[in-house]
Design a protein around this ligand. Structure first.
Ligand code: PLP
Length: 431
């Protein structure tokens, strides 16, 4: 498979854009590779600038739950476009999408639209601090909530270690109120709450963690977060930017039966256009300006094209049986990959949640960031590069999930599993 055009474009991009990319993982550094430049996509297929075709499991990192160019979404954007691209004023479209989100996710009684998941999480944290009058927050190692300062805390290995800057440019004082704890470890949360409970504004968590690979919440973990936040009058924030409308129409909270105080959304609700949202209990949301004192604003927030794409997306997702058939494809892929690895004599740990999927190259059970990091990253890098050569477009990191879309057919899954089997047998042969 030739990638001359992609390589040429990457050389040029590197001179103009830091690292040649507008978001770091795209540069494919950790897998010793360089990015494929995309020309177009259709359904579950994505085509690069050299005319190569791949089956896409990145799905723009989550939003493309129908695959690319779903006619209902494209049509909705076209009709909205005729009326103008941005007004910076209220529209009926915003109300419609708000209504649909509130109907889908019962814990959300009011919702505010923003432009990205980063903004949603950042604003939800500000609201939690403003509402409770407390400064400290708890997050979990390996969970990602966008790149705002307070949430960009390096995954520490110790229990209840105080946050340290995860990036140059984030002042120590900005993250000194962020406690990062191991995912799935109820005891460490209990201890942190015993010690700091009266200072904790909120616990923010990805209810199904999809940014350290895919790691499912263990028995009782989310429930414990709910009871502990209630006990200490702190807020529970579910960051469902990835899982919202992905693992189920009502998000992970509907699957696990937990009612958080605030929820962050993004990705799917924008139908492929830039969007985020945060919402929750009315009495909390009423603290946001102009109704309340907690300030948050946005020039393009509630953008009519994004709202139209979101409404069309949710309308399609609501159709009966949608998630059943989508999830059956994802199960077929998960089982296929597991069996292929077994046959090739390679140890893997596979996790599935709806149409999110993860495969770690380790035989240990992966329950948190520590165990995720035990995965054989060199093996993953070879697997990634060889899969790409075989026409399978995976996220270029062991610490990202795979997304199956409703455009993936049984044949596409078979083709993927066949490629994985071939690649893994070759990898094992080389060891
Ligand atoms: C993607 C993601 C974000 C950040 O969203 P952006 O739109 O990239 O800013 C935040 N939280 C979670 C759980 C995500 O998966």
């Amino acid at each position: 498979m030739k990638r001359e055009n992609s390589n040429r474009l990457f050389e040029k991009a590197k001179k103009l854009i830091p690292g040649g990319v507008n978001s770091p993982v795209r540069a494919c550094k950790s897998v010793d590779s360089s990015p494929v430049f995309i020309n177009r996509a259709d359904g579950c297929r994505i085509f690069d600038e050299d005319g190569n075709e791949y089956i896409d499991y990145i799905g723009s990192w989550g939003p493309m739950i129908f695959g690319h160019r779903h006619p209902a979404v494209i049509d909705a954007i076209h009709s909205a476009l005729k009326n103008g691209t941005s007004f910076g004023a209220p529209t009926g479209l915003e109300i419609k999408l708000a209504e649909m989100i509130i109907e889908a996710v019962p814990s959300i009684e009011m919702v505010r639209m923003v432009n990205s998941g980063t903004e949603a999480a950042m604003s939800a944290i500000r609201l939690a601090r403003g509402f409770t009058g407390r400064d400290m927050i708890i997050k979990f190692d390996g969970c990602y909530h966008g790149h705002s300062d307070a949430l960009l805390v390096e995954a520490g290995s110790g229990v209840a270690t105080l946050g340290i800057p995860g990036s140059p440019g984030v002042p120590e004082s900005f993250v000194s109120g962020t406690l990062s704890l191991p995912f799935n470890n109820i005891k460490s949360v209990e201890e942190a709450m015993e010690k700091h409970g009266s200072e904790i504004a909120c616990i923010i968590v990805e209810p199904v963690a999809g940014n350290m690979g895919l790691v499912l919440p263990g028995d009782g973990f989310l429930q414990a977060l709910r009871s502990l936040t209630e006990k200490y009058n702190a807020l529970l924030i579910f960051d469902e930017v990835m899982t919202g409308f992905r693992v189920a129409y009502g998000g992970a909270q509907s699957v696990y039966g937990i009612v958080p105080d605030l929820t962050c959304l993004g990705k799917i609700i924008g139908g492929g256009l830039p969007v985020g949202a945060y919402g929750g209990k009315r009495e909390i949301m009423e603290h946001i300006a102009p109704q309340g004192p907690v300030y948050q604003a946005g020039t393009l927030s509630g953008n009519p094209l994004a709202m139209a794409a979101g409404i069309a997306t949710l309308t399609e997702l609501k159709k009966p049986g949608f998630y059943d058939s989508l999830n059956s494809m994802s199960e077929k892929l998960g089982k296929g990959l597991f069996d292929a690895a077994k046959k090739a004599g390679i140890n893997v740990s596979v996790a599935i949640s709806g149409s999110m999927l993860g495969m770690f190259f380790t035989k240990e059970k992966v329950i948190d960031f520590e165990s995720a990091k035990k995965s054989d990253l060199k093996m993953f890098a070879s697997y990634y590069r060889n899969m790409l050569q075989n026409g399978i477009y995976l996220a270029p990191s062991q610490f990202e999930a795979l997304f199956v879309s409703s455009a993936h057919s049984a044949e596409d899954i078979d083709q993927t599993v066949y490629a994985a089997g071939k690649v893994m047998s070759e990898l094992n042969g080389k060891q």
